[in-house]
Design a protein around this ligand. Structure first.
Ligand code: AHR
Length: 498
């Protein structure tokens, strides 16, 4: 079977937004402890940061990291995590039922971000806390000096302020599992008043209001409307969170997860624009898709009840990803890029160990999950402008979404350099794709990489870290004004041409 794509450099969606390549570090399971931070590890630097994980973070092409949660932030006292380590309290951590030692906190995170070369995105606790604590945190982080909180930061070794610009006003407060869960009206008011106060200090902050924790929530749609009615003029973005899986073994629907992500983004954009229209506002609220991933295997501590074990950095939701998961992650990134005109921020949740592209063993090695590869390659190759791609593709049937195109694609174009990202969502048929490049003239194929294989369930491990890696796709042929490439069944492909 065959498909075709038409590209045109004037079909511009928006410039490639580097913040599309964000990830997320939560105090959860082993994301921080024995993930990014492990004093005593053979690769640990003077701050206790694992250098092997720092290197993989750079290779992953991460632009931004959201921190410190997630559900964790809704019970977090940020002050616990600053100052001399020996004085920091151990606390019961209710969101993930563990002990938080506070050995890693805001100052460590700021230093880690500088070393990793990523922009920090800070979440505040609007579950158990409110306006005053948000202001204290802002003063500690961003005020130059001469006040109690800013001088304390200097005393802790950071003379210069961190200049945190991007803030999440709480996390998933629509969810009954959230500590300090709220109704839309309650949360909307709190978000508005927190934003108003924070802007009295720094008018130019970028603030994210919590949208729904998923499009399946009973309050989805009305939550966005009510929250934004309260805080439209005071915030910049509304959040989306989505996790995909093939819980029922329905592979065809799982492979088409990006169809759901496309709809989700379009619905939240419509909800936000609806409130903007009601308010007769010329301002536009964009989307912070600050949690997205595949997640369906390890539901530990979500279903098995609290029990009486309170451990430090227990193993939590350490999904082992396979080749099919990598193809879906690649397709979700295609969806995010395609919406670059409205998606201002996106964070793959999470970075290390917890539903993550990077895995580690305590005291042992770090390795790349299959999902690492489409993210790293897309981040490396996407440049210039995102182009809308006109696709004509055979259809595949799915239980959840009906008939959907087998081939999905997006492209970026940067002064003669073209990148095309494609997936074949067919479970059993290869598709030959013809790409019309007559309006985006290119002379040679610089790279053609695909993630595919005979075993769609193949995984990587500490012992076999490279079982699933991108392989050269030798089928690419560049002709005069067009190219052809064969996409194997269940595959993700990146083409770089110049
Ligand atoms: O990323 C794991 C969890 O998923 C986050 O803590 C929460 O915000 C979401 O429900």
């Amino acid at each position: 079977t065959s498909a075709s794509l038409v590209l045109d450099p004037s079909f511009i969606v928006a410039p490639v937004n580097r913040r599309t390549f964000g990830t997320f570090v939560e105090h959860m399971g082993r994301c921080v402890y024995t993930g990014i931070y492990e004093p005593g590890h053979a690769t640990a630097d003077e701050d206790g940061f694992r250098k092997d994980v720092l290197e993989l973070t750079r290779e992953l092409g991460v632009s931004l990291v959201r921190y410190p949660g997630g559900n964790f932030v809704s019970g977090y006292r940020w002050e616990d995590g600053v100052g001399p380590r020996e004085d920091r309290p151990r606390r019961l951590e209710l969101a993930w039922h563990s002990i938080e030692t506070n050995q890693f906190g805001l100052d460590e995170f700021a230093r880690w971000c500088a070393k990793a070369g990523v922009e920090p995105m800070m979440a505040i606790n609007l579950g158990t806390r409110g306006v005053q604590e948000a202001l204290d945190l802002q003063e500690y982080a961003n005020h130059p000096g001469g006040t109690a909180w800013s001088d304390l930061r200097a005393e802790h070794g950071a003379g210069s302020p961190y200049g945190l610009k991007l803030w999440c006003l709480g996390n998933e407060l629509d969810g009954p599992w959230q500590i300090g869960h709220k109704t839309a009206a309650e949360y909307g008011r709190l978000a508005a008043e927190t934003a108003r106060a924070m802007r009295m200090v720094e008018p130019d902050l970028e603030l994210v209001a919590c949208g729904s924790s998923g499009s399946g929530m009973p309050t989805f749609g009305s939550w966005e409307r009510e929250v934004l009615r309260e805080c439209y003029d005071l915030v910049d973005h509304i959040s989306c969170h989505a996790y995909y899986g093939d819980d029922n073994g329905d592979v065809a629907s799982f492979l088409a997860s990006a169809v759901d992500m496309d709809r989700f983004i379009d619905s939240v954009v419509a909800s936000a624009d609806h409130v903007g229209a009601e308010l007769k506002s010329r301002k536009r609220i964009d989307i912070s898709f600050d949690e997205w991933n595949v997640w369906y295997k390890d539901r530990s501590r979500l279903t098995d009840g609290p029990g009486d074990q309170w451990e430090v950095a227990p193993r939590r939701i350490e999904d082992e990803y396979n080749l099919t998961d990598a193809v879906v992650v690649g397709n979700l990134l295609i969806s995010l890029l395609r919406h670059s005109d409205r998606v201002a921020v996106a964070c793959l949740a999470q970075l290390a160990n917890v539903i993550a592209p990077i895995m580690t063993e305590p005291g042992g090695p770090a390795w790349r999950q299959p999902t690492f590869h489409p993210f790293a390659i897309t981040s490396r190759l996407a440049a210039g402008s995102v182009l809308r791609v006109e696709t004509s593709s055979p259809l595949v049937s799915t239980e959840k979404f009906g008939e959907v195109p087998a081939v999905d694609a997006v492209a970026t174009y940067d002064e003669g350099k073209l990148a095309v990202f494609l997936v074949n969502r067919s479970v059993d048929e290869a598709v030959e794709v013809t790409v019309d490049t007559s309006r985006t003239p290119v002379g040679e194929v610089l790279e053609a990489l695909s993630v595919y294989g005979d075993d769609r369930l193949a995984v990587n491990s500490a012992q076999h870290p490279d079982r699933v890696t991108p392989r050269p796709n030798d089928s690419v042929k560049l002709g005069d004004g067009s190219l052809t490439v064969t996409l194997p069944p269940i595959s993700w492909t990146a083409l770089s041409l110049g």
